[in-house]
Design a binder for this molecule. Structure first.
Ligand SMILES: C[S@@+](CC[C@H](N)C(=O)[O-])C[C@H]1O[C@@H](n2cnc3c(N)ncnc32)[C@H](O)[C@@H]1O
Ligand SMILES: [Zn+2]
Length: 405
């Protein structure tokens, strides 16, 4: 039954998203001038742009539940108005328990109202609590969750410890990071403090951002004798998102930290490589210039092909507002899952060579016919992920600009 005693003390409205309806702050009351960021100015956070993130989360958690083939429990400790947890309980098959919480009293009261609005009192429990406290209180083996979703303001780093301890063996950790300025190297010191790795301002810094978050997650997990296996990740709009399966065991932790290393980058010729160690003199093997580096970070896979395929299957069974965009993202990611770390931006290469802009499809075709692997990347519409070296890329670019007669 809807909690009739509740009336928000701020302008609000009902919105529909996925299969649920929730009461949220009326954003038009908070974003008076265009530069106002209405979601943050409202007394309870709500960002309609993140529907895409939430849709993908529903698909990823459903894919995970399907693979686990059992009833699952989920914790959403940064719930705001409750929309995530409410969607999980309503839209994902096989969910038997959802715990949601928020430190903001007005968010807690609104989330509680929204749970009753969707008649989910028997499945979704709401707490007014600090996230780390909520997670730690549920870290005893019998209380743990199958999935924890960390969706905070900015960085998830201060919550990884408590989140990892609140997840069952073989469970899933989903985390969002919106602090792209540190992760992409604009505030390098903040990145080192939060994630324990040095960022680098390259054209593929969003991929490095995911690798820094994943590396930090692997390091924190290892302290608890937990290994990680990345199932899915993406960079969209102003955030990155990582889905990591965890498994308990010192051996599993040892295996996963073997993926920690560095990405070396030559700003002169655009050569890049991954390395497990770095030394003082980092000479570029292609042009001899001194290379810069990012890390320590995760050098392993950022996606599991089977998991991506399962998400694609799940996407066929739903009708989200964002379904077409999701299909595009998943298709791009599926094609890049098996390719090496980092990608090239076509226009950066042509700029270096003083060549005109080329069709990315023609460029990829040339690479493929030259025996290289190459695909578009979801990170950037002008990006190519490939096993070709920077030198090969430049040679192929010349051929694309001036096809042999
Ligand atoms: C980015 S919003 C979450 C958005 C929400 N998950 C969604 O999809 O709409 C972050 C939320 O975390 C809450 N929060 C911030 N610090 C917290 C903490 N230490 N413990 C619990 N909640 C916190 C804020 O009140 C805010 O509602
Ligand atoms: Zn070089």
């Amino acid at each position: 039954m809807v909690n009739k005693g509740y009336t928000p003390d701020f302008p609000s409205e009902i919105v529909r998203e996925g299969k649920v309806q929730v009461l949220v702050p009326k954003l038009s009351a908070y974003g008076v001038v265009p530069q106002d960021y209405a979601p943050s100015r409202a007394p309870v956070f709500y960002n309609p742009v993140m529907e895409f993130n939430r849709d993908l989360t529903v698909l990823a958690f459903q894919a995970f539940q399907r693979t686990a083939n059992k009833e699952i429990s989920i914790c959403d400790p940064f719930t705001s108005q409750g929309i995530r947890g409410i969607r999980f309980a309503t839209e994902i098959k096989g969910v038997n328990r959802v715990l949601i919480g928020d430190i903001n009293m007005r968010a807690y009261r609104l989330a509680k109202y929204n749970v009753s609005l969707n008649s989910l009192e028997n499945t979704v429990l709401v707490k007014h609590r600090d996230a780390n406290c909520l997670l730690t209180c549920n870290s005893a083996p019998k209380k743990r969750f199958d999935i924890v979703d960390i969706d905070p303001f900015g960085t998830p780093a201060p919550h990884l410890d408590s989140a990892l301890q609140a997840i069952r063996n073989n469970g899933l950790l989903a985390s969002t990071a919106t602090d792209l300025a540190p992760l992409c190297g604009v505030h390098a010191k903040a990145c080192l403090r939060k994630y324990g790795g040095k960022p680098l301002r390259t054209e593929y810094c969003h991929e490095l951002a995911i690798r820094l978050l994943a590396g930090c997650t692997a390091t924190v997990a290892a302290k608890h004798d937990i290994g990680i296996h990345i199932l899915f990740s993406h960079s969209s709009e102003h955030y990155i998102r990582l889905y990591t399966q965890i498994s308990y065991g010192a051996g599993k932790a040892d295996e996963s930290i073997k993926n920690l290393g560095y990405v070396l980058h030559c700003f002169n010729c655009l050569h890049r490589e991954t390395a497990l160690r770095i030394f003082d003199s980092l000479q570029c093997p292609e042009c001899g210039s001194k290379m810069d580096w990012a890390g320590p970070l995760w050098t392993g896979n950022l996606w599991n092909l089977d998991f991506v395929e399962q998400m694609i299957k799940e996407n066929r069974t739903v009708a989200f507002k964002n379904s077409a965009r999701i299909t595009k993202l998943l298709t791009l990611i599926k094609d890049e899952t098996q390719l090496p770390a980092t990608y090239y931006i076509v226009d950066k290469l042509s700029g270096k060579l003083g060549l005109p802009s080329v069709s990315i499809q023609a460029y990829i075709k040339n690479l493929l016919s030259g025996g290289f692997q190459a695909a578009l990347t979801h990170f950037n519409p002008r990006g190519i992920r490939t096993n070709a070296s920077a030198m090969d890329m430049k040679n192929n670019l010349q051929k694309t600009v001036q096809p042999p007669s």
